[in-house]
Ligand binder design. Structure first.
Ligand code: DOR
Ligand code: ZN
Length: 412
């Protein structure tokens, strides 16, 4: 049995279990003062997964799960609040994957040249709409790339546009196509001030770029210095810390006021940094911010499954051709759009928190952005399947994060 209203009910051998609302009664985050809920009871067996499933995620079934395993899960149609769709031939290859499962997605602007104006975003949005399968109702939500030269006037145009929902802050040099990014926070203070006044969201890639800083420390240092500074200096600015990867970032966001949220990717919920180096170097696990230690993965899983409305779904699915990944200087990015909601289901299932997936995937992001929930539902079936090891990507191919491994959940 599956509940008809799509409110996140889960169905199993024993019937329908309660939806998510009770878990977040009053919208009160369940993680406070850095006290993470013990609800996420997934346990880790370092190394053990390697022999069982070569590319398997670092989780084993929750010991708290005593009822018969759930066989199906109905969610409100989810949104992806962080995706890279690229442009040109690659765009048409990847858009259908996102449109198949998500009602909306927030599309990142790190193209060449970067999407820096509402006019450019309108053109990019049209090309995305052209690439949609016939009959799709998917709605792309656009972002603008914040640069040292962004005009304060552009903020009002964003606020009026209706389809541009945020500015994306890339520290210059932090990641793929970030050369045009911001070189010093103070350079964009007038623009941040205008965003705060107009209620425009700031999406932040939270890493320092000093080459002397260890790549595994870049997020935590950014959080302590730059993020804390932005939140202090613009207390009413809506800020999304994108693709958080550390306990420090999760703790900061939990403790911050309600106008500060975060997206979490499937790879950061399922894998840790050892996955990049298991039996050799595995470029398809390489993204930025880079996967961190197991303690951080556990903190992220606790945050995602906590029921706090501050944490919501953003895949950061970032396609790069196989040739650009499997080379002596491989590009950063994990492609997950082909199985995104299934990967999140796997993570939440292992944490014994499938009842929290609906709010994380389909509600909290929309609420943060002031959008209505999508109409319609999607249904996940507990059913094994193996996504292809490779997909077409324009004239080239992409290797997805799943790399030929079998998944436990399948979107109907
Ligand atoms: O791994 C990543 N890939 N991180 C980013 O921040 C950018 C993205 C991309 O565009 O390839
Ligand atoms: Zn990204």
């Amino acid at each position: 049995m599956i509940a008809a209203d799509g409110s996140g009910a889960v169905a199993g051998a024993g019937g329908v279990l309660a939806g998510t609302d009770a878990a977040v009664a009053g919208g009160e985050p369940m993680i406070k003062s850095y006290q993470f809920s013990a609800k996420a009871s997934a346990t880790t067996v370092p190394g053990a997964y390697q022999s069982a499933v070569q590319f398997g995620p670092l989780i084993v079934q929750s010991t708290a799960t005593t009822a018969a395993p759930l066989s199906a899960l109905m969610l409100g149609r989810p949104d992806d609040f962080h995706v890279h769709l690229r442009d040109g031939a690659g765009l048409a290859s990847v858009v259908p994957f996102t449109a198949r499962q998500f009602g909306r997605a927030l599309v990142m602007p790190n193209l060449k040249p970067p999407v820096t104006s509402v006019a450019m975003a309108a053109g990019y949005r049209d090309r995305i709409l052209q690439a949609l399968p016939a009959g799709s109702t998917f709605e792309p939500l656009m972002t603008l790339y914040l640069t040292d030269r962004t005009a304060v006037d552009e903020v009002a145009r964003v606020a009026e546009s209706g389809f541009v929902k945020a500015f994306k802050y890339y520290p210059a040099g932090a990641t793929t196509n970030s050369d045009s990014g911001v070189t010093a926070l103070k350079n964009v203070y007038p623009v941040l001030d205008a965003m705060q006044r107009h209620g425009v969201v700031l999406c932040i890639h939270g890493e320092v770029t000093d080459p002397a800083t260890d790549v595994f420390d870049r997020e935590a240092i950014f959080v302590e210095h730059s993020l804390a500074q932005v939140v202090r200096d613009f207390p009413a600015l809506k800020v999304v810390v994108e693709h958080i990867t550390t306990r420090e970032a999760a703790d900061f966001v939990s403790a911050a006021p309600p106008n500060v949220g975060a997206t979490i990717t499937p790879q950061h919920l399922l894998y840790n940094r050892t996955s990049i180096f298991t039996g050799g170097i595995r470029p398809h696990f390489y993204c930025l911010p880079i996967l961190k230690r197991e303690t951080h993965r556990q903190a992220l899983l606790a945050a995602a499954t906590s029921g706090s409305p501050k944490f919501f779904l953003g895949t950061d699915s970032a396609p790069h051709s196989r040739n650009n990944k499997e080379t002596c200087c491989g590009a950063a990015g994990c492609f997950t759009s082909h199985a995104a909601i299934e990967l999140y289901a796997e993570a939440f299932d292992a944490a014994g928190a499938l009842d929290r997936l609906d709010a994380f995937a389909s509600r909290f992001g929309a609420e943060f952005y002031g959008l209505p929930r999508n109409a319609g539902t999607v249904t996940l079936q507990r059913d094994t399947w193996t996504p292809p090891e490779e997909f077409a990507f324009g004239d080239e191919t992409i290797v997805p994060l799943t790399q030929g491994r079998t998944l436990a959940w399948k979107l109907q």
